[in-house]
Design a binder for this molecule. Structure first.
Ligand code: UD1
Ligand code: CA
Length: 492
């Protein structure tokens, strides 16, 4: 733990975010598997603050419920009317005070709409703040286009920060400044409380600006400092959905960069999408068009894609997953999945097993070396080891009211086009005939045949479809056939 653990981090998230044009509050929009405010809270956590307070206002029930799920330790404070960033921080500090908390040390303020901000940058800011003994340190950045941002005004002679001027309040000369306020600050707690009481609302928006605290502290003779962010893209604030997409792209790039540097081959980063919660081992190979979501983990030498979407799925060592959609599945070591497989929650594929082309599985436990190679639905089932399920089989698990379970043993060979009408059990080493509808248990080692007998009605086409192409083809075949070699099975 760092020596300068902040007393509190205050996250501003009360605004509506009108420019998102959304029924969902801005800070709950998500990129890379986490809400905007969730990213900011996670970065703030890296500072290990004594208190973490999120200021909520607009749609606060939704925001509070979301925070309770993502980080139950977070406190929330309500700002009933959005009277500005200074007012928001004041509400947060007052709420802490009402809970009997006396802040002493550093208070870090961040905005809830800057998802690319890293814990590392926050750490640098708070370290610089402590090292310089500042009353306030603002995180700034040089941006290509400073439109809309608060401008950092510096003393021409000394270079010291003298004020932050909001875009709407800025002169033309000030608007030309490229260095902007990121909205992230480190404050001395006591001086902040004092200065917030002096912030006025005589500006173009009639709001209490947090940025005015800088001028107030400076005029009172306190040290005001700035830390310049190494990468201006990190402080990108999301105000609309174009910026949301841009932030998603940048964060995705960052996540893939980390993965590649740790030994993952990403064939095409531009068409590969990952959530922050995805983990990789070395020598994983990810093909184009792949989305890796939630708590997905890819073990060493796993190969995923192209065109796959895995959510909360574990892929074992050396397993191959091709053109597959999986959700909540566990894929064993060396298993083979796809192309065109759909693995739903509760699927557990054993080592070296197979879920092949056009196979859907749900709540199915498949033993080591067992294969379901083609065109099948396996739902609510347990299958032992080294069994082969014939093509086009359906585990008939639903009677219209309840779901039932099918159990198939080890070393079984089930025929193609079988229906296993659950609940049903097939013993170890049993076989079933192609086209069977299995409704009764099959003892170990038996062959089950459950289908109608075939009968051939000879001459039917000549009688019922005379002159048709079929009848002509049949009579040609009869002419060509050597007598005595025709075999029929039970004609009439
Ligand atoms: C703010 C800064 C600006 C900076 C920019 C960086 C002020 C006055 N301006 O401008 O200098 O360059 O951020 O992105 O601080 N919020 C509340 N309650 C309020 C108002 C805002 O909680 O009453 C929250 C918003 O939800 C948002 C954050 O504060 O998360 C910033 O508010 P926003 O309206 O986006 O401020 P900007 O105009 O972008
Ligand atoms: Ca903003």
């Amino acid at each position: 733990m760092s020596a300068n653990r902040p007393a509190a981090v205050v996250v501003l998230a009360a605004g509506e975010g009108t420019r998102m044009k959304s029924a969902t509050p801005k800070v709950l929009h998500a990129i890379c598997g986490r809400s905007l405010v969730g990213h900011v809270v996670a970065a703030s956590r890296e500072l290990d603050p004594e208190h973490l307070v999120v200021i909520v206002g607009h749609a606060r029930e939704k925001v509070v419920a979301h925070l309770a799920e993502t980080d139950p330790e977070v406190r929330t404070a309500v700002q009933y009317e959005q009277n500005g960033t200074g007012h928001a921080v004041r509400m947060g500090l007052e709420a802490l005070g009402d809970s009997g908390i006396v802040l002493d040390g550093t208070v870090v303020v961040v905005c809830g709409d800057t998802p690319l901000l890293t814990g590392e940058t926050l750490r640098k800011l708070s370290d610089a703040h402590a090292a310089d003994g500042n009353a306030v340190t603002v995180l700034t950045a040089e941006v290509p286009d400073s439109t809309g941002y608060g401008r950092i005004v510096r003393d021409e002679a000394t270079g010291a920060v003298t004020a932050i001027v909001e875009h709407k309040d800025a002169t033309d000369a000030q608007r030309a400044i490229r260095e902007i306020n990121s909205g992230v600050f480190a404050f001395d707690a006591r001086l902040l409380v004092d200065a917030l009481g002096k912030v006025r609302t005589d500006n173009s928006q009639g709001e209490e600006y947090l940025t005015d605290v800088l001028g107030i502290l400076r005029e009172a003779g306190h040290r005001v400092g700035a830390a310049v962010a190494g990468d201006h893209r990190e402080i990108l604030g999301i105000n609309n959905r174009v910026q949301l997409a841009e932030a998603r792209r940048l964060l995705n790039e960052r996540l893939l960069h980390t993965a590649m540097m740790s030994g993952v081959t990403v064939v095409d980063p531009a068409s590969t999408f990952v959530d922050v919660t995805v983990t990789f081992e070395q020598d994983v190979l990810v093909h184009p068009g792949t989305q890796l979501l939630g708590a997905t983990h890819l073990a060493q030498d796993a190969e995923v894609g192209p065109n796959s979407r895995l959510k909360d799925t574990t892929v074992g060592r050396g397993a191959v997953v091709d053109n597959t959609v999986a959700d909540g599945a566990v894929i064993g070591e060396g298993a083979n999945v796809g192309p065109y497989a759909y693995l739903r929650p509760g699927t557990r594929l054993g080592a070296k097993s197979k879920a092949g082309a056009y196979v859907e599985m749900k709540n199915a436990v498949i033993g080591e070396g067992t294969k379901v190679p083609h065109l099948s639905y396996v739902g609510d089932a347990t299958i032992g080891e080294f069994t082969n399920i014939g093509a086009a089989s359906v585990f008939v698990n639903y009677d219209g009211v309840n779901k039932h379970h099918t159990t198939i043993g080890s070393h079984c060979r089930t025929g193609s086009d079988n229906m296993f009408v659950a609940p049903v059990t097939i013993g170890d080493g049993a076989y079933t005939a192609a086209g069977s509808v299995i409704t009764k248990d099959v003892p170990p080692g038996s062959l089950a045949v459950a289908r109608g007998q075939q009968r051939n009605i000879e001459g039917w086409v000549a009688r019922k479809r005379p002159g048709s192409a079929a009848a002509q083809a049949a009579s040609a075949a009869e002419r060509d056939a050597r007598p005595g070699t025709q075999e029929t099975d039970g004609g009439q």
